[in-house]
Design a binder for this molecule. Structure first.
Ligand code: PMP
Length: 359
């Protein structure tokens, strides 16, 4: 029994009670297939595993202060000044550091909704006010409404492209027009977690040149298949990169994560394979859905959005019963990560189960 059974009399800041909580999908640890977290279905390559083992052998030593080696690899391939690159323990962590540096009490952060569930949480943690702007009727960012939501207190706007959980993307022209409409003193945070799976990737190099207020967030969790090791990077003007570093805890990237990210970055065949698996799986699932008369928003990510509204809970339960976890957003829809054909077949079978019971 717990001897420390009394309740604490210390109280968290009132903003903590108001934070939405991260959730995980039903059945996640019991199902045969995980299609609920947008993970890669491909495990790390032998090359990556070797790098991890070597780094772990020096686990008694602190990592480099800011991840210099990974920065230098990214700098070389993308032809970007290392002063414009920040690396960290996942893009969520980087986003929190960006928000801590640029926003806070009395400031507002505009973002689309429905979008990535971490946004309102991280905005709330730093004491800022989240300003969610509804997606348009096609489940895409609504540039006009987002620009209209910016006011004198707005310090940042987050754009999720492709958008999680709907998979929709702004075309390069739409994205550029949207960023051009944001006042220069407002930070534009472009979250490109799913960029590698995009059908219409934007030229972020040219965008960064035109808009010094632009921060691009990328991750090793999706196309590089390292969600469990936590690594991400950010591209921005050197002044912004410097401010973000100043606002970040030191040693944010572990030795193992840095080694894994470097090895994954170098292993192009591995990434190409992951991207190929996603493209194929996405086409297969979308085709199976359309054969059943279900049309979904065109996805540029490693998941597909099924806007089933009031039937969300039912569909989630049917998927779990068929052995696959999916991400349900109550009353809105279900997000299905793509990857394994057998998992897609299980989702399609779950949909058939539902159709049969409602007949
Ligand atoms: N941004 C978006 C839009 C995401 O969907 C996710 C992961 N679900 C992240 C960021 C977080 O990525 P990371 O694992 O790099 O923290």
């Amino acid at each position: 029994t717990d001897v420390h059974s009394g309740s604490p009399t210390v109280r968290a800041r009132s903003l903590v009670a108001a934070l939405p909580r991260y959730t995980r999908a039903a059945g996640l640890n019991d199902v045969r297939w995980r299609a609920s977290s947008n993970e890669s279905t491909v495990p790390p390559s032998p090359h990556i595993l070797t790098a991890i083992r070597e780094a772990a052998a020096h686990g008694n030593l602190y990592p480099s202060l800011i991840g210099e080696d990974l920065i230098s690899d990214i700098s070389a391939r993308l032809a970007i000044d290392p002063a414009r690159i920040v690396v960290g323990g996942g893009s969520i962590a980087l986003l929190q550091n960006v928000l801590a540096a640029y926003t806070g009490h009395g400031s507002k952060v505009v973002h689309a909704w429905r979008s990535y569930e971490a946004y309102p949480i991280l905005i709330g943690v730093v004491g800022a006010t989240a300003v969610p702007v509804p997606l348009d009727a096609d489940f895409a960012h609504d540039p006009t409404a987002m620009l209209a939501a910016i006011d004198d207190d707005t310090r940042a706007i987050i754009l999720c492209n492709p958008n999680n959980p709907t998979g929709t993307e702004l075309s390069p022209q739409q994205l550029e027009r949207l960023i051009a409409g944001v006042p220069g003193h407002v930070l534009v945070i472009l979250d490109e977690a799913y960029q590698e799976f995009s059908r219409c990737p934007s030229n972020t190099a040219s965008l960064r040149e035109k808009f010094p207020n632009l921060v691009v967030l990328r991750t090793f969790s999706k196309a590089y298949g390292l969600a469990g090791l936590r690594a991400g990077y950010l591209l921005a003007h050197p002044d912004i990169a410097d401010d973000v570093r100043a606002a970040s805890p030191p040693f944010g990237l572990s030795r193992v994560a840095e080694a894994a990210a470097r090895a994954a970055w170098a292993d192009r065949a591995h990434t190409d394979h992951i991207v190929e698996v996603v493209r194929e799986g996405r086409a297969y699932l979308v085709d199976g859905l359309s054969r059943r008369g279900i049309h979904v928003p065109r996805s540029g990510a490693n998941f597909v959005w099924l806007p089933v509204g009031a039937r969300t809970a039912e569909l989630e339960a049917a998927c779990v019963a068929r052995g696959v976890s999916v991400r349900a957003f109550d009353g809105e829809g279900v997000r299905v990560t793509v990857g394994e054909r057998a998992a897609h077949d299980a989702v399609l079978a779950a949909i058939d189960d539902l159709a049969a019971t409602s007949r």
